[in-house]
Design a protein around this ligand. Structure first.
Ligand code: ADP
Ligand code: MG
Length: 662
């Protein structure tokens, strides 16, 4: 890895910004690819139609006139002479360029042909078109401008470092792939559109091949396993379901039946249960564990956070303990003495169910007869955890639950051998959460809305991306918000704080107070994100929303609207508002994950945004779907025909990190 400071003219400030974007080395900067290209080539006026994209150049004829409207919008108009025509040009939010645009100025206009001689420009450049040009366009994030990124990348290219393709050699040969260094140069400084297309395809292929290789490798190690065949009296299940305080939705019933089939059938269950936040997945997992118990096997339920593990534990006590099951909670915070006791009971079979966090998968945990493993909020476990479930000769059935729905076609490709069940119907009586987007300037309105809910005796979650102030990132933090919220509401209402650095006990205390309405405003990091249930909370306020993926925000929003009360979600952000708008328009988790797919590849599906492992840099699962299928086929062939040593060259960083249950 070459350090960023090698780049000429890149100072500490620039490095800090790049780090914020997840770029920590020159290699990573060079693989920060343009998301699109602008091809500058004079349009052929003979073939162009109204509403088409148009590129022309010419000389300004009139001084621009400017029109201001709304708060921050302006519109500039002037006439441009191209030699053939006199065009009326209109462009928004470029009023600041007015001093540079006077009669005689040479301009290139990129825009849309509205009428025969009128164009709405979305970009303009000074100067005429000398020769055909292809300009890379980079995503500008965290206030780093596109130009800035482009400048740094060009400086990085000047270092002339050598990069290698990460593909098996025979594949490079087979497809006549170019050396990686050439690809990188071309992708950032293209001058031939056909060559560029070829290079982009190659880079996408490489990314998809490595991804599918990993996926297929995992499947290979997992498939063809014989599972447990159980005899379970269905009447007992029916009885259990009839005794629940609510009636299961149609989709929930379907899931229960499918799981019943899985568990009574000798083929090993490997099922993903996906359903929107609040669709009622937990109860299905409880029923599955009850079935497993009736066949005399132990179950393990794993949750991504302590809070959620606690909540599951409390619900299990209410719902399953009355049926005679022995249940325990095991987390990283469980005291040594208590843990010893639990381990003993798991090994001798006294315990029927253990619920917990990763602690369930440390090496010292031995089960007598573990028959079922359930992972809640599967998407949170994407990377960095390796598990070793020690079990005496039994291959447990596996149920994953996820509230980040994966569009079906992708799920089939990515999970392949995994069966997928989806819950689409919500429990009855739920209202849609009303979601609005605000800038930080509109904080007064946010406070007014919060006050309205508080007066109704409802409670509020407030989310910040950070716990405390950070000199690296200028983002809202929990403590700052606590101070501000206390100023606004402290006289009338109680405010609590929850974050990942607190001990289990501290978190529990705060959560309990919130549940009992001793706290009205709970300020938290995303530790609150998954699963937690407080019915009287009707508002979710999320600061610096742009820091989160759409699916993660949708999850957070799922903390409210869990009953018949009207609930609200306020997203506060000064950046990436286009992306965030999706959430104001839909409450459908499937649609939102599709958008996430479109916008950022599959990053969110497999783990946190920071993890990096799974985020595609150039490929897009949706638009490059056929390339993905090709990569899938090739990677399967590679695995089939190559020895483990050869395979591991390409898998090495991955297998160590990836968590799977066997
Ligand atoms: P998620 O799918 O997000 O994990 P939960 O399982 O936590 O959702 O369910 C959300 C809430 O809905 C819980 O309070 C649960 O008890 C309740 N619930 C689940 N199924 C039903 C149902 N069929 N009818 C009414 N309420 C239900
Ligand atoms: Mg849940």
């Amino acid at each position: 890895m070459v350090e960023l400071k090698q780049i000429n003219g890149l100072g500490e400030k620039g490095i800090a910004l790049l780090n914020k974007m997840g770029i920590n080395s020159v290699e990573e900067l060079l693989t920060y690819y343009p998301f699109r290209y602008e091809q500058i080539k004079r349009s052929d006026l003979k073939t162009i139609n109204i509403k088409d994209k148009i590129i022309i150049d010419g000389i300004v004829e009139t001084n621009p006139s400017i029109f201001h409207f709304k708060k921050r919008l302006d519109k500039m108009s002037f006439k441009l002479n191209t030699g053939d025509n006199l065009y009326q040009i209109t462009i928004f939010n470029r009023a600041f360029l007015k001093p540079k645009i006077t009669p005689g100025t040479k301009l290139t206009i990129i825009g849309k042909l509205e009428k025969r001689t009128s164009i709405t420009a979305y970009n303009l450049r000074f100067g005429l078109i000398e020769q055909e040009e292809i300009t890379p366009i980079y995503h500008s994030i965290y206030g780093v401008s596109e130009k800035q990124i482009s400048k740094w990348i060009n400086k990085a290219l000047d270092l002339n470092i050598i990069l290698n393709n990460k593909l098996p050699y025979y594949i490079e040969q087979q497809y006549h792939f170019l050396p990686k260094t050439d690809c990188i140069n071309i992708v950032h400084k293209p001058n031939d559109i056909n060559l560029l297309k070829r290079v982009v395809k190659q880079l996408k292929y490489e990314e998809l091949f490595l991804f599918m290789l990993k996926m297929n490798y995992l499947k290979l190690n997992k498939s063809n396993k014989i599972g447990l065949k159980r005899n379970i009296d269905y009447k007992k299940i029916e009885e259990f379901i009839n005794n629940l305080p609510f009636e299961l939705t149609i989709d929930q019933k379907k899931c229960v039946d499918v799981i019943y089939d899985d568990l009574t059938n000798p083929k090993r269950m490997n099922r993903l249960l996906q359903g929107d936040v609040g669709s009622g997945k937990t109860i299905i997992s409880f029923i599955a564990m009850y079935m497993n118990y009736l066949a005399n096997y132990q179950s393990a339920l794993m949750a991504p956070t302590e809070i959620l593990a606690n909540q599951h534990y409390n619900n299990l006590k209410k719902i399953l303990v009355p049926y005679g099951l022995n249940v325990a909670l095991l987390t990283g915070k469980t005291k040594t003495k208590e843990k010893k006791e639990i381990l003993k009971k798991l090994a001798d079979g006294t315990l029927d169910i253990v619920v917990g966090t990763h602690a369930l998968f440390t090496d010292d945990v031995l089960y007598k007869n573990l028959g079922l493993v359930i992972t809640d909020e599967q998407h949170r476990f994407g990377v960095n955890q390796r598990s070793s479930l020690k079990n005496k000769g039994i291959t447990p059935d596996i149920l994953y639950m996820s509230a980040t729905p994966i569009p079906r076609t992708y799920a089939l490709t990515l999970y392949g051998d995994m069966d997928v069940s989806s819950i689409h119907t919500m429990p009855s009586g739920r209202k849609q959460v009303i979601t609005t987007l605000k800038s930080e300037k509109e904080i007064k309105e946010v406070l007014t809305e919060m006050y309205r809910e508080l007066k109704l005796n409802h409670q509020i979650y407030v989310i910040a991306p950070l716990i405390e102030e950070s000199d690296k990132m200028d983002l809202k933090n929990v403590f700052e918000l606590e101070t501000n919220m206390n100023k606004a509401f402290g006289k009338l209402y109680k405010i609590g704080v929850l974050h990942g650095k607190m001990t289990n006990q501290e978190k529990d205390e705060v959560m309990t107070k919130f549940k009992n309405n001793d706290i009205q405003i709970l300020i938290s990091t995303t530790v609150i994100e998954v699963g937690v249930d407080v019915e009287n909370a009707t508002m979710m306020v999320i600061f610096d929303s742009f820091r989160f993926g759409l699916s993660a925000l949708h999850q957070l929003r799922g903390r409210v609207g869990r009953n018949e009360l009207q609930s609200y979600c306020i997203l506060i952000s000064n950046y990436e508002t286009e992306r965030l708008k999706v959430l104001t328009k839909t409450n459908d988790g499937f649609k939102i994950s599709e958008e996430d797919f479109l916008l950022r590849g599959s990053g969110d599906l497999f783990g946190s945004r920071q993890s990096g492992d799974m985020v595609f840099k150039i490929a897009n699962l949706k638009s490059d779907y056929s390339l993905l299928l090709k990569a899938k086929e090739d990677s399967e062939l590679f695995l089939k025909n190559h020895h483990e040593d050869e395979r591991s060259k390409y898998l090495i960083n991955y297998v160590e990190k990836y968590s799977e249950l066997d």
